[in-house]
Design a protein around this ligand. Structure first.
Ligand code: ADE
Length: 337
């Protein structure tokens, strides 16, 4: 029998694979983020016409909004190869140098979680991004010096969930900066309908709308919820996912009508009840809800902040007016004045 941990990761691996099959393969199939897609089209066309790689692109925003998808679409639209890595995977300078040496002209190098690059590795990137060159220091016996290496003209596409904490020298070397925002319900409904079609599922507009409203503005979550709602439909032998079915399934999974999951709910309850509406530091809050502080900051907080459920004050986090409203609580008159 599988060990439980193994089963869980195997399941996650399968879902990651399914997620890949749902990703748009062409820019034309991409739903939402209209302004970014329209501008990207112009930059790609202009670069193609000049027979140059497109300028380096920085994609920032919360997880699950399509940063990796956009990187792969840049490579596809340029007709080049995509090489993928991540900040934590590039442990030593040599790891980056090997990768850079393997690039062909106009390739796209995608570095996910670029904010997690070490300082030493980050500094190698500066001349590479600017002049397509890096110095390799040698010290063999008495011989010391540096050999200059050239890199093929390429495009760096970097993604970060922490746009604000990227160093200024790194940020300034990107010619194109896009910040991805949460998707609106209309776009998400289209994404759910498209995904259901690719999965061979029957869903009506009400069913797709229900998932769209409860996925925290995030396509990756929408697709995950769709897979879970499909499980309910299958076990209940429902031929089509209608709104009532989606609503009941999501309720059973503890996803509330605003799309908040159990962790979000624990955060709001801790802020309002445990800390009595008073400002709380991130470490204290993370400990109270048994979550990692960086996970809280990168995954949970952005959605709560964007929707008025949470406010950041100089003295710490507090529950926002929407949190009180959502939980049916009355706000003390002086709380937000
Ligand atoms: N699947 C996940 N994200 C998508 C998007 N933005 N457009 C179309 N399908 C998607």
């Amino acid at each position: 029998m599988d060990r439980p941990g193994h089963t869980l990761s195997a399941q996650k691996g399968r879902e990651d694979e399914q997620e890949l099959t749902l990703r748009p393969q062409q820019l034309d199939e991409y739903i939402g983020q209209e302004e970014i897609v329209a501008n990207l089209r112009v930059f790609l066309q202009a670069a193609r016409e000049r027979n140059e790689p497109v300028d380096h692109i920085l994609l920032s925003g919360p997880p699950g909004l399509g940063k990796t998808t956009l990187a792969s679409l840049v490579a596809r639209e340029m007709g080049t190869q995509l090489r993928t890595t991540s900040g934590p995977a590039i442990e030593r300078p040599i790891d980056l140098l090997v990768l850079l040496n393997s690039l062909r002209a106009k390739d796209v190098l995608f570095i996910d979680e670029i904010h997690r690059l070490s300082k030493t590795v980050e500094e190698i990137l500066y001349p590479v991004m600017e002049d397509l060159a890096f110095d390799r220091v040698i010290s063999k016996g008495m011989k010391k010096g540096a050999i200059k290496h050239k890199v093929q003209p390429f495009t760096l596409v970097a993604a970060t969930t922490r746009g604000g904490s990227l160093s200024a020298p790194l940020r300034s070397r990107f010619g194109i900066l896009f910040h991805l925002d949460y998707y609106n319900a209309e776009a998400l409904q289209k994404i759910v309908t498209r995904s259901a079609g690719l999965m061979g599922l029957s869903i009506d507009q009400g069913g797709a709308h229900e998932i769209a409203c409860r996925c925290r503005g995030t396509p990756r979550i929408a697709n995950r919820l769709l897979r879970r709602v499909r499980d309910f439909a299958q076990v209940e032998s429902a031929p089509i996912i209608i709104q009532e079915l989606a609503r009941a399934a999501l309720d059973k999974m503890g996803i509330d009508r605003a799309g908040l999951d159990r962790v979000d709910q624990r955060i709001l309850e801790a802020l309002i009840h445990r800390f009595d509406g008073k400002p709380v530091g991130i470490a204290t809050l993370a400990a109270a809800v048994h979550e990692d502080a960086s996970n809280l900051e990168e995954v949970y907080e952005p959605f709560l902040l964007a929707n008025g459920f949470l406010l950041k004050t100089p003295r710490g986090r507090v529950a926002g007016p929407q949190a009180y409203k959502h939980l049916g609580l009355t706000i003390q008159p002086d709380l937000f004045s």
